[in-house]
Design a protein. Structure first.
Ligand SMILES: C[S@@+](CC[C@H](N)C(=O)[O-])C[C@H]1O[C@@H](n2cnc3c(N)ncnc32)[C@H](O)[C@@H]1O
Length: 196
Protein backbone atom coordinates (compact mmCIF):
# COMPACT_ATOMS: atom_id res chain seq x y z
CA UNK A 1 0.00 0.00 0.00
CA UNK A 2 1.29 3.44 -0.90
CA UNK A 3 2.11 5.85 1.89
CA UNK A 4 1.05 9.20 0.50
CA UNK A 5 1.40 11.01 3.83
CA UNK A 6 5.07 11.69 2.88
CA UNK A 7 4.02 13.93 -0.01
CA UNK A 8 3.97 17.01 2.27
CA UNK A 9 7.50 16.29 3.47
CA UNK A 10 8.73 15.90 -0.14
CA UNK A 11 7.05 19.15 -1.16
CA UNK A 12 8.59 20.96 1.85
CA UNK A 13 12.05 19.66 0.92
CA UNK A 14 11.54 20.81 -2.67
CA UNK A 15 10.39 24.30 -1.72
CA UNK A 16 13.11 24.76 0.94
CA UNK A 17 15.81 23.69 -1.47
CA UNK A 18 14.46 25.81 -4.33
CA UNK A 19 13.84 22.80 -6.53
CA UNK A 20 11.26 23.88 -9.13
CA UNK A 21 8.52 21.37 -8.33
CA UNK A 22 4.92 21.85 -9.46
CA UNK A 23 3.03 24.81 -8.03
CA UNK A 24 -0.14 24.00 -6.09
CA UNK A 25 -2.63 25.54 -8.53
CA UNK A 26 -0.96 23.86 -11.53
CA UNK A 27 -1.03 20.52 -9.72
CA UNK A 28 -4.71 21.01 -8.91
CA UNK A 29 -5.50 21.73 -12.56
CA UNK A 30 -3.65 18.67 -13.83
CA UNK A 31 -5.17 16.52 -11.09
CA UNK A 32 -8.67 17.34 -12.37
CA UNK A 33 -7.69 16.05 -15.83
CA UNK A 34 -6.15 12.89 -14.37
CA UNK A 35 -9.22 12.19 -12.23
CA UNK A 36 -11.38 12.48 -15.34
CA UNK A 37 -9.36 10.18 -17.58
CA UNK A 38 -7.83 7.73 -15.05
CA UNK A 39 -4.67 7.22 -17.13
CA UNK A 40 -3.02 3.85 -17.55
CA UNK A 41 0.27 5.25 -18.75
CA UNK A 42 1.88 8.64 -18.05
CA UNK A 43 5.18 9.87 -19.43
CA UNK A 44 6.90 12.73 -17.61
CA UNK A 45 9.91 14.65 -18.93
CA UNK A 46 11.65 16.21 -15.90
CA UNK A 47 11.40 14.19 -12.67
CA UNK A 48 13.40 16.38 -10.24
CA UNK A 49 12.78 14.77 -6.82
CA UNK A 50 9.76 12.81 -7.99
CA UNK A 51 7.17 15.12 -6.43
CA UNK A 52 4.83 15.48 -9.42
CA UNK A 53 5.17 11.82 -10.45
CA UNK A 54 4.27 10.72 -6.90
CA UNK A 55 1.29 13.11 -6.85
CA UNK A 56 0.11 11.87 -10.27
CA UNK A 57 0.46 8.21 -9.23
CA UNK A 58 -2.58 8.61 -6.95
CA UNK A 59 -4.82 9.00 -10.01
CA UNK A 60 -3.56 6.15 -12.17
CA UNK A 61 -5.87 3.36 -13.28
CA UNK A 62 -5.29 0.05 -11.57
CA UNK A 63 -2.01 -1.37 -12.92
CA UNK A 64 -1.21 2.08 -14.30
CA UNK A 65 2.41 3.23 -14.55
CA UNK A 66 4.46 6.38 -14.93
CA UNK A 67 7.73 6.64 -16.83
CA UNK A 68 9.67 9.74 -15.81
CA UNK A 69 12.96 11.01 -17.23
CA UNK A 70 15.63 12.97 -15.35
CA UNK A 71 19.07 14.10 -16.51
CA UNK A 72 20.73 14.88 -13.13
CA UNK A 73 21.94 11.88 -11.14
CA UNK A 74 21.52 13.57 -7.73
CA UNK A 75 17.88 14.28 -8.57
CA UNK A 76 17.40 10.70 -9.79
CA UNK A 77 18.77 9.47 -6.46
CA UNK A 78 16.45 11.74 -4.48
CA UNK A 79 13.47 10.76 -6.63
CA UNK A 80 14.17 7.05 -6.15
CA UNK A 81 14.42 7.52 -2.37
CA UNK A 82 11.12 9.40 -2.31
CA UNK A 83 9.40 6.84 -4.52
CA UNK A 84 10.56 4.11 -2.16
CA UNK A 85 9.47 6.05 0.91
CA UNK A 86 5.97 6.50 -0.52
CA UNK A 87 6.01 2.84 -1.62
CA UNK A 88 5.12 3.45 -5.24
CA UNK A 89 8.09 1.65 -6.83
CA UNK A 90 5.63 -0.54 -8.75
CA UNK A 91 3.96 2.54 -10.25
CA UNK A 92 6.88 4.82 -11.16
CA UNK A 93 9.92 4.01 -13.30
CA UNK A 94 12.69 6.63 -13.37
CA UNK A 95 14.79 6.75 -16.51
CA UNK A 96 18.12 8.52 -16.05
CA UNK A 97 19.57 10.58 -18.90
CA UNK A 98 18.84 13.31 -21.40
CA UNK A 99 15.22 12.98 -22.48
CA UNK A 100 16.23 13.90 -26.02
CA UNK A 101 18.35 10.75 -26.13
CA UNK A 102 15.91 8.49 -24.27
CA UNK A 103 12.61 9.48 -25.93
CA UNK A 104 13.41 8.04 -29.38
CA UNK A 105 13.81 4.61 -27.73
CA UNK A 106 10.33 4.67 -26.18
CA UNK A 107 7.66 2.97 -28.24
CA UNK A 108 4.67 2.68 -25.92
CA UNK A 109 1.55 4.77 -26.17
CA UNK A 110 0.84 7.12 -23.28
CA UNK A 111 -2.46 8.62 -22.12
CA UNK A 112 -0.66 11.69 -20.81
CA UNK A 113 2.72 13.19 -21.67
CA UNK A 114 3.84 15.87 -19.22
CA UNK A 115 6.68 18.17 -20.33
CA UNK A 116 8.47 19.86 -17.42
CA UNK A 117 12.20 20.09 -18.20
CA UNK A 118 14.67 22.36 -20.08
CA UNK A 119 12.60 25.19 -21.59
CA UNK A 120 14.94 25.59 -24.57
CA UNK A 121 14.12 22.04 -25.67
CA UNK A 122 10.32 22.11 -25.47
CA UNK A 123 9.88 21.96 -29.25
CA UNK A 124 12.01 18.82 -29.50
CA UNK A 125 10.27 17.25 -26.50
CA UNK A 126 6.93 18.09 -28.07
CA UNK A 127 7.78 16.33 -31.36
CA UNK A 128 8.43 13.15 -29.41
CA UNK A 129 5.37 13.71 -27.21
CA UNK A 130 3.19 13.89 -30.34
CA UNK A 131 4.53 10.53 -31.47
CA UNK A 132 4.11 8.88 -28.06
CA UNK A 133 0.72 10.28 -27.03
CA UNK A 134 -2.24 8.16 -28.00
CA UNK A 135 -5.29 9.50 -29.80
CA UNK A 136 -7.58 11.03 -27.20
CA UNK A 137 -4.63 11.48 -24.84
CA UNK A 138 -3.17 14.70 -23.46
CA UNK A 139 0.12 16.55 -23.88
CA UNK A 140 0.66 19.02 -21.04
CA UNK A 141 3.59 21.44 -20.84
CA UNK A 142 4.42 23.51 -17.75
CA UNK A 143 6.26 26.85 -17.37
CA UNK A 144 5.40 28.00 -20.88
CA UNK A 145 4.86 31.62 -19.78
CA UNK A 146 8.18 31.66 -17.90
CA UNK A 147 7.49 34.12 -15.08
CA UNK A 148 5.47 36.38 -17.36
CA UNK A 149 8.41 37.00 -19.71
CA UNK A 150 6.88 35.12 -22.65
CA UNK A 151 3.92 37.49 -22.87
CA UNK A 152 5.79 40.71 -22.11
CA UNK A 153 7.45 42.78 -24.86
CA UNK A 154 10.63 43.30 -22.85
CA UNK A 155 13.18 41.04 -24.46
CA UNK A 156 16.57 42.24 -23.32
CA UNK A 157 17.12 39.78 -20.59
CA UNK A 158 19.53 36.93 -20.38
CA UNK A 159 16.74 34.41 -20.81
CA UNK A 160 15.90 35.82 -24.26
CA UNK A 161 16.71 32.62 -26.15
CA UNK A 162 14.51 30.48 -23.89
CA UNK A 163 11.72 33.09 -24.07
CA UNK A 164 11.81 33.15 -27.88
CA UNK A 165 11.83 29.38 -28.02
CA UNK A 166 8.83 29.20 -25.69
CA UNK A 167 6.93 31.74 -27.84
CA UNK A 168 7.68 29.56 -30.82
CA UNK A 169 6.64 26.46 -28.88
CA UNK A 170 3.27 27.99 -27.94
CA UNK A 171 2.58 28.92 -31.59
CA UNK A 172 3.45 25.41 -32.76
CA UNK A 173 1.17 23.83 -30.14
CA UNK A 174 -1.78 26.16 -30.70
CA UNK A 175 -1.57 25.88 -34.50
CA UNK A 176 -1.30 22.10 -34.66
CA UNK A 177 -4.50 20.81 -36.31
CA UNK A 178 -4.12 17.33 -34.82
CA UNK A 179 -4.58 18.80 -31.35
CA UNK A 180 -7.19 20.76 -29.47
CA UNK A 181 -5.04 23.03 -27.33
CA UNK A 182 -5.42 25.70 -24.70
CA UNK A 183 -2.91 28.09 -23.15
CA UNK A 184 -3.81 28.42 -19.50
CA UNK A 185 -2.57 31.29 -17.35
CA UNK A 186 -2.14 29.29 -14.20
CA UNK A 187 1.03 28.92 -12.12
CA UNK A 188 3.89 29.56 -14.54
CA UNK A 189 1.69 28.96 -17.61
CA UNK A 190 0.44 25.65 -18.94
CA UNK A 191 -0.47 24.31 -22.37
CA UNK A 192 -2.99 21.49 -22.37
CA UNK A 193 -3.52 19.69 -25.67
CA UNK A 194 -5.84 16.84 -26.47
CA UNK A 195 -4.69 14.67 -29.38
CA UNK A 196 -7.61 14.35 -31.83
C1 LIG B 1 10.91 21.78 -13.28
S1 LIG B 1 11.92 20.44 -12.78
C2 LIG B 1 10.78 19.09 -12.72
C3 LIG B 1 9.83 19.16 -11.58
C4 LIG B 1 8.95 17.95 -11.38
N1 LIG B 1 8.22 17.62 -12.61
C5 LIG B 1 7.97 18.21 -10.26
O1 LIG B 1 7.07 19.03 -10.46
O2 LIG B 1 8.10 17.62 -9.19
C6 LIG B 1 12.81 20.11 -14.25
C7 LIG B 1 13.75 18.91 -14.18
O3 LIG B 1 14.09 18.57 -15.52
C8 LIG B 1 15.42 18.10 -15.55
N2 LIG B 1 15.90 18.22 -16.94
C9 LIG B 1 16.32 19.34 -17.58
N3 LIG B 1 16.65 19.02 -18.85
C10 LIG B 1 16.44 17.72 -19.01
C11 LIG B 1 16.61 16.81 -20.09
N4 LIG B 1 17.08 17.23 -21.28
N5 LIG B 1 16.28 15.51 -19.92
C12 LIG B 1 15.81 15.08 -18.71
N6 LIG B 1 15.64 15.89 -17.65
C13 LIG B 1 15.94 17.18 -17.79
C14 LIG B 1 16.13 19.02 -14.55
O4 LIG B 1 17.32 18.43 -14.07
C15 LIG B 1 15.07 19.20 -13.47
O5 LIG B 1 15.24 18.30 -12.41
Amino acid sequence: MANYEYIHEIKKFGRENKIPILLDDTLEYITEILKKIKPKRILEIGTAIGYSAICFSQYLAEDGRIDTIEIESLRVQEALENIEKVEVTDKIRVLEGDALEILPYLHEEYDVVFIDAAKGKYIEFFEQALRLCKTGGYIIADNVLYKGMVQSDYNKHKQRTAVNKLRNFIDIVLENKDLKSELIDIGDGLTVSKKL
